[in-house]
Design a binder for this molecule. Sequence first.
Ligand code: SF4
Length: 278
Amino acid sequence: MREPRSTVSAPAPDTDVAAADGKPVRGKKPGGSQARKFAKETQLGRVRRARRMNRALALAFPNAHCELDFTTPLELAVATILSAQCTDVRVNQTTPALFARYRSARDYAEADRVELEEYIRPTGFYRNKTTSLIGLGQALTEQYEGVLPHTLDELVRLPGIGRKTANVILGNAFDVPGITVDTHFGRLVRRWGWTTEEDPVKVEHAVGELIERKEWTMLSHRVIFHGRRVCHARKPACGACVLANDCPSFGAGPTDPATAAALIKGPEAEHLLELVGR
Ligand code: SF4
């Protein structure tokens, strides 16, 4: 694996990550000289770096997409509600039978609660999720003739649909650019010094100021892909990361190329390693 082109030394454990406003990111101690490299970064510099990173992620994950299976906006809304505190894989195992049984908003509105609970039980928190799905079906039937609305303001007023879910629906079902701030997304953009914000709405706005609007939906997929496959919460694969040159947190995980390569997950592993010269 090639080293980042910049002069990078071993991580200094006592060095905080530089963040968007120059303040350190709480609780993060990686980076060393790589973090110092970005400590006095201007907003324009940050915009350029963020866009460069987005382009690198586009090369790394050309097939990034919503990992929930769906064929209609309603199915996507249901799958996204089920994905709370649950893996996409588990949701995708659950939804084929569910979608075959419940095809319309009215089906959810008129669902037998016990029966619906059994369908979605594997996704966890199934009682709350059943309440959300029945409520969603009722609201759509009563207010929107069973069809999902196309605006953030309308979507977030529906039962079970918060801002994150609304942005997933807008971006993936209606082609309206949206930034989806889930746990991976927030963790990574703070690691990258794009923002210090913890609140998802503030993160969304901060990232929206860095990245072109038309890129928002795909950026969200790419960041989530990167978080799941490379930039893990506990042991990021820094030594095999396509963002190493631009990441203030380089050194948060192993920088040894072979050790880092072994941490990369998913079907893109070979492609990712080729991009970093392995
Ligand atoms: S894996 Fe990449 S993006 Fe994540 S902290 Fe390491 S260098 Fe940064």
